[in-house]
Write a protein that binds this ligand. Sequence first.
Ligand code: PLP
Length: 471
Amino acid sequence: MLTGPAKLPPPYRIKVVEPIPFLSADERRLALAEAGHNPFNLRADQITIDLLSDSGTGATSAAQEAAAALGDESYAGARSWFRFRDEVRDLTGYPHILPVHQGRAGERILFSSLLKPGQICISNTHFDTTHANVKLAGAEPRDLPCPEAADLDSDEPFKGNIDLAALERVLTGPEGHRVGLVLVTITNNGLGAQPVSMANLEAVRELCQRHAVPFFLDAARFAENAWLVREREPAYSDWTPRQIATRAFQLADGCVVSLKKDGLTAIGGLIGLRDDELHATCEANLIATEGFSTYGGLAGHDLERLAQGLKEVVDPAYLQSRAASTARLAQMINDAGVDTIQPPGIHALYLNAGRLLPHLAPHEFPGHSLGCQLYLDGGIRCAELGSLYLGGMDDEHRLVTPAPFELVRLAIPRRVYTDAHFEYVASVLADIAKEPERVRGYRIVSSPPLLRHFKVRLEPLAAGPTAGAVA
Ligand SMILES: Cc1ncc(COP(=O)(O)O)c(C=O)c1O
C-alpha cells in the first residue's frame, strides 16, 4: 500500500500554529498546588505538553475548515446535516443516525432507552462515562476483558478483546436473562488502547444473536482499531481501514460514538441504529434533551467538519503515520527505562508507574504521583489510570481495594505534536527514571461521589520511603 523509506513523514504539513507556554519550576509547583494536585484542575495556559486526552484535542485540516464555512445553521433540515448523515450511513451501514454533542450524550440517550433497571451491560471494558451512564440508567456495568489483557508486557495482538468464554457463561447462566446489552469498546481505552479483533467481534455477534441480546459498539476509535486489525489480523491485511471499519459496524446492532476522537473534531458524537422502535424512543429523548434530530446539539459547521473528518481519518497514510509516531514515542520511553503496556496502541501509551515507583504503595497512588511529577518537572499533563481512578475507597477516602495496575495514560492528540515534542516528553521521563525514589506519594483531601478522578483534591505526603511494593 504505502511504499518508500522506512520512516515516512506525516502526510500533511503545518499551516496554523499555537504557542505553548513554558513555566518555571516554581510556577508549576504553585499551579499544581492551586489545582489541588489534580492535573484536571490545571489551566491550559499552565501546560507545556498536554497529554491528558486525545478527545477533542486534534488539529483540523484546511479542508475541514473550508467545509465549516459552508455550515448551514438552519434549525431543521440543514444541508450540513444531510452531508453528515450520508457520510455516516455510508461508513456504518446503519439506517438511523442521531447526532449528539459528544459521546456521553449518546450513552445517556441510548442506555436510558434500551436498558431497564436491574439489567446488566457487559463490556470488554466500560469507559468511565459509559460506566456512569449505565449506572444512571439503573443497570449494572460488568467488564469481561480477555485474560491476555492482564499481562501488560506480552505482545499478544488483540488484548482489547472481550472474554468470550466468560461472556457465554453469563449468557447461559442464572443471570443470563438480566443481560440487556453487550457493548464492545474499540479500541479498548480503559485497558491500554488495545484493539479488538474482527474474529472477536464476529463471535460476540454470534453469541448475542443466539441469546437475543443487543450488541453495540462503543466506537470512538473505530479507524484506529481498523488500522491495528489490518496490521495484526492476517485475514484483513488486504482490506482498507474504511472497509474494516464498515465491516465492524455491520457486525453490531448499533453504535455509540464519540466523534471527538476519530471524527477529527473538537466536538461531536452519534448514535447509529438499525431498530426502528429503538430509534423512535432515542429520537424523542434526543429532541427533548439535546436538540432537534437534524443537529442534536451540534452547529452546522461542526457537522461539516465531521463529514470531512470522517473521510480523512480512514486515510491509510494518516493512520500509518499516527501509529508509527506513537510506536516511536513508546520506544523512546522504554529505552529510558520506563515500561509501557505492550504492544503500543495508537491513541495513548500507558506507563507502568507501579513498577517504576516500587517505594510507593497503592494507597499512595504511584500513578498519580508519576503524573504530578511529569508536570512538576516538565509541564507535561497526563491522566492516572490506577487506584485513584479505579480503586475502591471507604467513606474517609482511604483505599480499600487497589486497582489491578498503577498506570499513567499519555494520550496523543491527533496531528498536534511532532517527534521533537515527544523527544522532550521522553527526556523528562528519563530523568525521573534515573531517580524514581524522589517521587512522593499523595493522599486524598476531598472527593466527589461519582467520577472521582475529575474533581478529587489531594496533597503530597512527606518525603521519604513508606510502605510496601507493588508489582
Ligand atoms: C471509549 C470511549 N467511550 C466514550 C467516551 C465518551 O465520549 P465523550 O468524551 O465525547 O463524551 C470516551 C471519551 O474519551 C471514550 O474514550
